[in-house]
Design a protein around this ligand. Structure first.
Ligand SMILES: Cc1cc2nc3c(=O)[nH]c(=O)nc-3n(C[C@H](O)[C@H](O)[C@H](O)COP(=O)(O)OP(=O)(O)OC[C@H]3O[C@@H](n4cnc5c(N)ncnc54)[C@H](O)[C@@H]3O)c2cc1C
Length: 299
């Protein structure tokens, strides 16, 4: 079958197994997988080079499933993000990742958009990616050599580029179920309230120990560098911090904001200047950490 989104006929394949998709991906000179095509089709229509063939991953049951195994959540890389935002158990487990997924485009876009596409399109401003980083998600990758699992933060390498080798694609994401009181959050700033690209996005995850002290914290920022970035200095400032009235000390929060601003390597564009992005990164880092702490305290 062929279709014609950018004026060029493109072969369309719809495998029903991972093995078939692996075979199809290596059977042509320039084949690509896709899920919702909410990035692929607009890019082809705007004149980007068309692939020789497009392989639709949505016909493979495992790739569109969302499962709680008890020890972790397994999210099919091609599952429409509405399957996350409409799943009450998932939203209760990872409200921040659900919030981030629920910010992608519109209801129509979210009926198609996938976490695999959001990650592998490799936009620095992709909304779900800081939340995936914050939750220390893993990507399970398939190829003719079998499967391998890597940290999601090792996938994007630059705008539009990933570390995946030719012939590889992501099957699913794994996120461990928290074993202690835990909370996550995602905040973004956009000029418009919806259907816009983040000026800055901040994903946070905080785990508390039995005494209510922060036992681990992860902070990731989007739209401030060529890829989403972790902020290790902010994470270190939070580690071991005690909470008073549900918050770390002002000094710790100031250190988080300063570390977030310092971790940025942003561009000037019509959405914001470098100075503005650095400032907003500090503000959203602080807010996302406080929201994650509040959720962890209530868990
Ligand atoms: C109107 C509109 C509004 C949007 N708003 C937002 C927004 O607010 N925030 C945001 O983050 N994004 C937004 N987007 C972009 C897009 O919807 C998201 O990036 C979405 O998550 C992409 O998912 P997809 O399944 O449609 O990707 P696809 O278009 O199917 O694929 C995108 C890329 O990823 C690759 N890919 C897909 N799946 C895999 C896989 N399993 N393994 C390896 N590579 C893979 C494809 O080859 C392609 O290069 C918007 C898009 C539109 C059209």
């Amino acid at each position: 079958m062929t279709f014609n989104p950018g004026g060029l006929p493109v072969k369309y394949f719809s495998p029903s197994t991972i093995e078939e998709a692996v075979e199809l991906l290596s059977s042509g000179p320039n084949r690509r997988v896709f899920a919702g095509a909410t990035d692929v089709v607009p890019q082809m229509r705007s004149g980007r080079p068309a692939p020789d063939g497009l392989i639709d991953l949505k016909g493979i049951e495992r790739l569109i499933s969302v499962t709680d195994t008890g020890s972790m959540w397994v999210i099919g890389a091609a599952a429409p993000t509405v399957r996350l935002t409409s799943n009450p158990a998932f939203v209760a487990s990872f409200p921040g990742l659900a919030e981030a997924s629920g910010l992608i485009g519109s209801d129509q876009v979210q009926s198609r958009s996938s976490l695999g596409g959001n990650l592998c399109n490799s936009s620095p401003a992709a909304d779900s990616v800081p939340a995936l980083f914050a939750n220390r998600a893993r990507a399970v990758i398939a190829s003719g050599a079998g499967t391998r699992t890597i940290a999601v933060q090792d996938v994007p390498t630059g705008p539009g580029r990933t570390s995946l080798a030719p012939g590889e694609f992501i099957i699913e994401f794994e996120i461990d179920r928290p074993t202690t009181n835990s909370g996550d959050a995602y905040f973004r700033l956009t000029p418009r309230t919806e259907m816009d690209i983040a000026v800055v996005g901040a994903g946070a995850r905080v785990d508390l120990d039995g005494a209510g002290t922060i036992s681990s914290a992860t902070l990731a920022l989007g739209a401030v560098a060529p890829t989403v970035v972790r902020v290790p200095d902010a994470e270190a400032a939070l580690l071991g911090a005690a909470l008073t009235n549900g918050a770390p000390s002002d000094d710790v929060l100031a250190a988080v904001a300063a570390a977030a601003s310092a971790a940025c390597n942003p561009i000037d564009d019509k959405r914001g200047t470098i100075k503005y992005r650095r400032h907003v990164a500090g503000v959203l880092a602080r807010r996302s950490i406080l929201a994650a702490i509040a959720r962890a305290s209530a868990a």
